[in-house]
Design a binder for this molecule. Structure first.
Ligand SMILES: NC(=O)c1ccc[n+]([C@@H]2O[C@H](COP(=O)([O-])OP(=O)(O)OC[C@H]3O[C@@H](n4cnc5c(N)ncnc54)[C@H](OP(=O)(O)O)[C@@H]3O)[C@@H](O)[C@H]2O)c1
Length: 270
């Protein structure tokens, strides 16, 4: 009598032995822009996605304003947290007020820290948790009129590295620093063909960022495919140590200057 033949071992990489295949991920954001693309990609892959923002609705959604001191409704266990609220206050430095700078710091940096603190007990219950924050390419590149947002997002990058060290090995912490991406947040920078073409011309792939592409990187950082990566920020355009001229009438147009070194949104370049 024949014994049943055991199935061939899968040729695919095995996940972390204790990591759940289906993760529960809370996105602060998720109603539009990069994180609505991320929400759809994660849900499409079978993950349980919860969203917290000011304008969303539906199952798994909670109303939440990151600047209000609201408390997040957090499940008992979380495998992933994304903090996406951001701002772009572009002004010549002499016109920036302390209020401008404090507002950007509160939304981008303090809001992220508060969300992480509230979610930490639930993240610690996961066998393999991941936090994804958002910076901006302006921090490492150096762009005129970006002083306020670069200060606030610079704090996010510091938070990323500090917590990556403090929360290892169970919780990974990474940040994504997008270049100009076609979302409601960047509407003023991409609201004419001339602006879009000028911005696209500064990028090697001759296009501005697509929210789906940035979301794909966030998804990678949230799942066990990136289980060996923590404390990193990844950018979608010019490398650190470069400066770029910025013309407000033709966003991100370089003047008399070669394109800075380029990084693309691919996992192997994180
Ligand atoms: N787009 C770009 O060109 C670009 C470039 C560099 C960096 N980034 C960074 O990438 C991240 C995502 O950008 P995005 O373009 O996708 O932004 P977005 O289109 O403005 O989307 C941000 C998400 O966060 C939510 N949100 C905003 N303020 C909030 C608040 N106070 N409380 C709770 N939720 C809030 C929004 O929902 P509600 O409005 O409904 O609350 C939305 O779901 C940001 O941190 C941004 O700074 C973007």
């Amino acid at each position: 009598m024949h014994q049943p033949v055991p199935p061939e071992p899968s040729a695919q990489a095995t996940p972390h032995p204790q990591a759940p295949m289906t993760k529960t991920i809370l996105i602060v954001g998720g109603s539009h822009g990069i994180t609505s693309a991320l929400r759809d990609q994660l849900a499409g892959a079978g993950h349980r996605v919860l969203t917290a923002n000011r304008s969303g609705s539906g199952a798994g959604h909670q109303n939440y304003d990151a600047t209000s001191g609201d408390q997040l409704d957090v499940p008992d266990q979380l495998d992933g947290l994304v903090y996406a609220p951001g701002s772009i206050t572009l002004k010549p430095f002499h016109r920036l007020t302390a209020g401008d700078m404090l507002d950007e710091f509160k939304l981008n940096a303090l809001g992220a820290a508060a969300a992480i603190q509230q979610c930490l007990p639930a993240l610690k219950k996961s066998p393999a948790a991941s936090i994804v924050l958002f910076s901006t390419v302006a921090v490492q590149t150096g762009l005129p009129f970006h002083a306020s947002i670069a200060m606030a997002k610079g704090a996010v990058e510091g938070l990323t590295r500090s917590l990556a060290a403090e929360l290892a090995p169970k919780i990974r912490v990474n940040a994504i620093a997008p270049s100009l991406t076609d979302t409601p947040l960047a509407a003023n920078l991409v609201n004419s063909d001339a602006k879009r073409e000028a911005s696209a011309a500064r990028h090697p792939l001759a296009t501005i960022g697509d929210p789906d592409d940035v979301a794909a990187l966030a998804k990678f950082l949230l799942t066990d495919e990136s289980k060996f990566i923590t404390g990193r920020y990844s950018t979608s355009t010019a490398a650190s140590g470069t400066c770029a001229h910025f013309d407000q009438d033709s966003a991100y147009l370089p003047k008399d200057q070669p394109h800075p070194p380029i990084r693309l949104v691919t996992p192997d370049l994180i």
